[in-house]
Design a binder for this molecule. Structure first.
Ligand SMILES: [Zn+2]
Length: 295
């Protein structure tokens, strides 16, 4: 098993096999690609385009998929059917791929929720396809990922919404077909980890459905989860994933977590008791690199 980190600042942290960097966050701001990192592009979440071109926002029964509505969207969603916006994002992706990066990860590649989108473009595209709504949406998302895959030579990962049961019905995510196209699938399984029962169930369910490498992202940013809870989540995620990604967003949180885990005998014992060899190997590696253990 590998270990990764997700950051919203351009920094490579030693000791992590995968460093993910949000080069196009949901704010819609375009940042400078980070060499040697996995650059993360938020595809259909874009709070800038939603302001500048409000007609591109996804809709359902007269409701727009933006922040501040009853649906509590965390960011504004652009309709995935709009060719002009798809071309805009693909151009961004191709420009990033020209840099010396480790690879690309596509985030927010889906419809905002069930019922979206019923804008005039979607209605017409669907009518012309002759498919039912669910199948047509899945094809729209699949074709976007395929177009990206064919336009860049680098490794490509895809983040999907953390719903292992109804991703297709709710978001237009046909997990099996999408997994065929990309190099790995990632899911953010964000919770407080005081209880890891649900983490275990969801991770298990995804693992059974994904034949490609499967990455699990654990939330480790502000507000900080107690490290013992995060360690407990790590031992669960390690059982199902090919890579666990610590989403700390800030580099200094990731660095302090590395130091804290290596120097805390209780953390080693926790993994030993659960026979979590993968995490013990990672701690051992960090210990050799930083030499901060009191073990
Ligand atoms: Zn639409």
């Amino acid at each position: 098993m590998k270990i990764g980190v997700l950051l919203d600042e351009p920094k490579i942290i030693p000791g992590f096999d995968y460093v993910f960097y949000e080069v196009k966050p949901s704010s819609g701001r375009l940042l400078k690609p980070l060499p040697k990192a996995w650059n993360v592009v938020n595809c259909f979440a874009d709070n800038t385009v939603s302001q500048n071109k409000p007609e591109l926002v996804a809709t359902s029964k007269g409701e727009r998929a933006v922040r501040g509505t009853v649906r509590h969207f965390l960011w504004d969603w652009i309709c995935p059917s709009r060719n002009e916006y798809r071309d805009y994002v693909k151009q961004i992706i191709q420009d990033i791929a020209r840099h010396d990066i480790a690879g690309l990860r596509l985030d927010s590649v889906c419809y905002p929720r069930e019922g979206y989108c019923d804008c005039p473009v979607c209605l017409e595209k669907r009518r012309a396809s002759g498919e039912d709504f669910i199948e047509w949406r899945a094809h729209e998302i699949e074709s976007f990922v395929r177009e990206v895959r064919e336009s860049v030579p680098c490794k490509l990962g895809l983040t999907v919404e953390p719903d292992p049961c109804y991703g297709n019905e709710r978001f237009g995510l046909d997990l099996e077909r999408l997994a065929d196209i990309v190099d790995f699938i990632s899911t953010p399984l964000y919770m407080d980890y005081s209880i890891v029962y649900w983490l275990d169930i969801i991770a298990n369910c995804f693992r059974r459905r994904i034949s490609k490498p499967y990455f699990i992202e654990l939330y480790a940013g502000h507000p900080r989860t107690p490290t013992r809870n995060l360690v407990s989540a790590l031992s669960v995620a390690a059982a199902y994933s090919d890579c666990v990604v610590l989403s700390t967003y800030e580099a200094k949180i990731a660095e302090s977590l590395q130091a804290e885990m290596v120097s805390d005998r209780q953390v080693w014992k926790f993994f030993e008791d659960r026979k979590c060899e993968d995490m013990l190997k990672i701690l051992g590696r960090w210990q050799n690199e930083f030499g901060e253990s009191t073990r």
